[in-house]
Write a new protein. Structure first.
Length: 140
């Protein structure tokens, strides 16, 4: 995806994704995190959540996706903070919203607020990313 040269402080965009059972199983295979809270219905039914929850880092991975889809490819993550505040259940639809809060154009560095919410408005993840923007944006 081409870089968006109109990116500056205040730029906001979002991506909406349904978190599926298939995604959870694929993430478990990729990460090696086979915690039964994510994979075992009977186990999860006995927890405080009452059912299976998605791995928190699926939301983290989808933040990475949103950065590329909304800002453009070619950039590099320099850092990401994440605070998990509510669970994502299987088949929840979540919206990843990014908002640029600072840009150091001379360095090609941007700070981005990265929040994830469910369709019902519940905040799921609060975070902040620091990214090196793609080469096309360095002089935008």
């Amino acid at each position: 995806m081409a870089a968006n040269k109109n990116i500056d402080v205040g730029f906001t965009s979002s991506v909406t994704v349904k978190v599926t059972d298939k995604m959870v199983h694929q993430f478990a295979e990729l990460s090696g995190d086979h915690n039964p809270i994510h994979l075992d219905d009977a186990y999860a039914a006995k927890t405080r959540f009452g059912r299976r929850i998605a791995h928190g880092m699926i939301s983290g991975a989808l933040i990475s996706r949103a950065l590329v889809e909304c800002i453009g490819g070619g950039g590099v993550y320099l850092g990401q903070s994440l605070k998990f505040v509510n669970p994502v259940f299987i088949d929840d639809t979540i919206t990843i919203t990014i908002k640029i809060t600072a840009v150091r154009k001379e360095k090609g560095i941007a700070t981005v607020e990265t929040n994830v919410t469910k369709d019902n408005g519940d905040m799921v993840v609060k975070g902040e990313a620091v990214i090196m923007v793609g080469r096309d944006m360095e002089h935008a």
